[in-house]
Write a protein that binds this ligand. Structure first.
Ligand code: FAD
Length: 202
């Protein structure tokens, strides 16, 4: 399967031209590497199709928010998956229970502007707040100047709906010991189960 066939299957964008590959060849670090292609997914189906393609051609997928990482986290030779362009909606807010559901590309400052009218904010005040995205913050477990008070991102994530590297879906949230053991005894062929077993073994 060629990249142009993948492009035809996606709702979002796929770029292979030199300009886009150069634009996405770095983050805020000194590392540089030209990716094979850049995908800007419209939804999770686009992400799954990109992962399936990468598996077929034995490439990697590099999820990316704003690309402000300082250690080359979003630099690589695989397919960069930029969720900031289209997957950036705030889906639901529950002011009384103080939670919000967001897509991965929501920018922290925009989320906090939205939450202000409810008298709420998402605590960790990363200094790149006007551009860093929620998924990038989660990936880096970002924090900020008031981390002793506000904690870091992992202290505030109730649940993460994820797509694993084999394209399967999983939901990660807090579990009791019993629930955790139940997850470990799941289907041996499932990557989600392997993740839980790995944590148990560690
Ligand atoms: C000047 C400057 C100041 C900074 N100050 C701080 C600070 O105060 N505190 C702090 O903690 N950090 C800081 N950083 C680092 C960085 O800005 C933060 O960690 C930021 O939260 C990263 O967000 P991002 O959207 O740019 O993520 P990216 O760099 O795009 O990605 C970060 C990680 O998340 C992964 N990722 C992104 N999207 C997804 C997705 N949809 N699914 C799965 N994985 C995903 C990426 O693969 C990568 O591993 C600073 C950086 C700079 C340049």
């Amino acid at each position: 399967m060629k990249l142009d066939k993948l492009k035809a299957e996606l709702k979002g964008d796929l770029f292979t031209d030199k300009m886009h590959r150069i634009l996405y060849a770095t983050d805020a670090s000194a590392y540089r590497e030209l990716p094979l292609a850049v995908v800007r997914p419209k939804d999770k189906d686009d992400i799954k199709k990109t992962i399936a393609f990468a598996q077929k051609v034995k490439s990697s997928v590099i999820p990316r928010g704003a690309g402000t990482s300082l250690a080359g986290q979003v630099v690589g030779s695989g397919i960069v998956l930029d969720v900031s362009k289209y997957m950036n909606r705030i889906l639901e807010v529950n002011p009384s229970e103080k939670w919000v559901i967001v897509e991965p590309g929501v920018i922290l400052a925009e989320l906090n502007k939205y939450l202000e009218s409810y008298g709420l904010m998402f605590g960790p005040e990363t200094s790149t707040a006007n551009r860093c995205c929620m998924a990038g913050m989660l990936g880096n477990n970002s924090c900020g100047a008031h981390s002793l008070i506000y904690g870091s991102v992992r202290d505030h994530i109730l649940e993460a709906e994820v797509i694993l590297s084999d394209g399967s879906e999983a939901i990660f949230n807090a579990l009791t010991s019993e629930e955790f053991l139940e997850k470990c005894s799941g289907d041996s062929n499932s990557l989600e189960t392997s993740v839980y077993r790995y944590i148990r073994d560690v």
